[in-house]
Design a protein around this ligand. Structure first.
Ligand code: UDP
Length: 453
């Protein structure tokens, strides 16, 4: 029953850092409202987030391990997209789906009242329903990009309603290629399309009407389904690793808003050319920076070899190059940080807005170009343009960074981003109240259905 007792929810994000982290945020919000939460992922992912489950959640959020079958090309340390060589992405999806029987046993044992799952793993809904457990998706992308895709499907040949959201030619080509691969990998056994027209469907969205109201409305218009926003995926800045103290101390010695943070998320890897242009661009700009540089697992390169010769000596104390992983929320919330050169992963842009930092988009693929355009539309970003072949140039990198850190442009962006950040914060409580009410109704209705059948 749902009355008077604690509701139990099983959260099942896609095995990617950028998906797990927002599920953790929602888990905490539900736990704060008295829910009991199971967060299910592979051991390698759970180890990574363990230190981010604060002490006060140890009684309300329980981590549940899902063991994928071991494929020769996919050892257990690869059961995450964090550092996964890109060509193994489809294999990881396949392995995850092969874990269906284990996932079914987990549901059987834990008997949650509700499953919240990623649309990247639509098969999870069928498993839950076979145990009479209601399931609803939580999407970790923004409304602008999702509505753009659904528009493409339902109104082919007609321009997207909001011209601020568009793709450059080269991005269009990359996207078409990706869609071909998606179509090729599509499993005919997959459950129904979560975006089919269905007025009874509720979909949770990692967004807020403070940033995407018109796109959220358009989603409803296109699908008739009810989109409920859970607010942005914001992490509290915390001491994630003692090894970072040195970096934060260094940042503390820089002037207010004087430093750019440069990072391209947890999944994407720069090409050698892009890396070189960014390095020289940072050098030319003369601006302080923190730059996170990463390589796929098994292909690690020594920093000195990956960077232009003599780079580290030349920049001296003006910049820090961090290998692998940086405490992003701590850096973004630091007063010395004045801009974020970002690939525009959805978490990154939302975190940047939340912490009041202007964005300098350098999008690569997937939803990133859409997110970049949305940030420009909101007035919180100036993009680093690529040429017609998609190449980045050092002069452009330097010039845009300088304009955001030293010029009037930066001041205007900063004012705008602070405004939006305040709106987000003021709506946070209310948005989550609506979510919880919807979820309670859903559990209640399914109890009625189950007990009457
Ligand atoms: N992140 C971090 N340190 C890093 C790189 C990433 O803490 O060095 C976090 C970042 O704060 C964000 C997430 O990882 O929450 C990345 O998600 P996003 O959607 O921005 O990009 P993705 O990794 O999915 O491409």
């Amino acid at each position: 029953g749902t009355e008077g007792s604690t509701l139990k929810v099983l959260m099942f994000p896609w095995l990617a850092h950028g998906h797990i982290s927002p599920y953790l945020t929602v888990s905490k919000k539900l736990a704060d409202r008295g829910w009991y939460v199971y967060l299910c992922s592979t051991p390698v992912n759970l180890n990574f987030i363990k230190k981010r489950i604060l002490q006060n959640y140890s009684l309300s959020i329980q981590l549940v391990e899902l063991h994928l079958p071991e494929l020769p090309e996919l050892p257990p340390s690869y059961h995450t997209t964090n550092g996964l060589p890109p060509h193994l992405n489809a294999t990881l999806k396949r392995a995850a789906k092969m874990s269906k029987p284990e996932f079914s046993r987990i549901l059987e044992n834990l008997k949650p009242d509700l499953l919240i799952h990623d649309v990247v793993q639509p098969w999870a809904k069928g498993v839950a329903n076979s145990h009479n457990i209601p399931a609803i998706p939580l999407i970790t992308f923004g409304a602008a990009v999702i509505s753009y895709f659904i528009h493409q499907m339902k109104k082919p040949g007609i321009d997207f309603r909001y011209p601020a959201i568009y793709l450059r030619k080269i991005e269009q080509q990359r996207l078409q290629e990706m869609m071909k691969n998606v179509a090729k990998d599509k499993d005919p056994d997959d459950d129904e399309d979560p975006f089919a027209e269905d007025p009874t469907r509720i979909i949770l969205l990692m967004s807020s009407s403070a940033t995407e109201a018109k796109y959220i409305d358009y989603l409803t218009e296109l699908t008739q389904s009810k989109y409920v926003s859970v607010g942005p995926p914001v992490q509290e800045p915390m001491n994630e690793d003692d090894g970072d103290m040195d970096l934060i101390d260094w940042l503390g010695k820089k002037d207010e808003h004087s430093t750019v943070y440069v990072s391209f998320g947890s999944e994407y890897f720069l090409t050698k050319e892009d890396m070189e242009e960014i390095a020289y661009g940072l050098e030319l700009s003369n601006i302080n920076f923190i730059w996170v540089v990463r390589f796929p697992k098994g292909e690690e390169v020594k920093l000195e070899e990956a960077l232009p010769q003599g780079f580290l000596e030349r920049i001296e104390n003006r910049g820090r190059v961090v290998s692998g992983w940086a405490p992003q929320p701590r850096i973004l919330s630091h007063p010395s940080t004045g801009g974020f050169v970002s690939h525009c992963g959805w978490n990154s842009v939302m975190e940047s807005i939340d912490f009041g930092v202007p964005i300098i988009p350098m999008p690569m693929h997937l939803d990133q170009p859409f997110n970049a355009r949305l940030m420009v539309e909101l007035g919180v970003a100036v993009e680093i343009d690529r040429d017609a072949e998609g190449k980045v140039h050092r002069e452009e990198v330097a010039q845009v960074i300088k304009s955001v850190i030293c010029k009037e442009t930066g001041k205007n962006l900063r004012e705008k981003v602070k405004d939006i950040s305040e709106n987000l914060k003021s709506m946070r409580q209310e948005e989550m109240d609506v979510v919880v009410e919807e979820l309670i109704q859903l559990c209640k209705n399914s109890t009625c259905i189950n007990s009457s059948s």
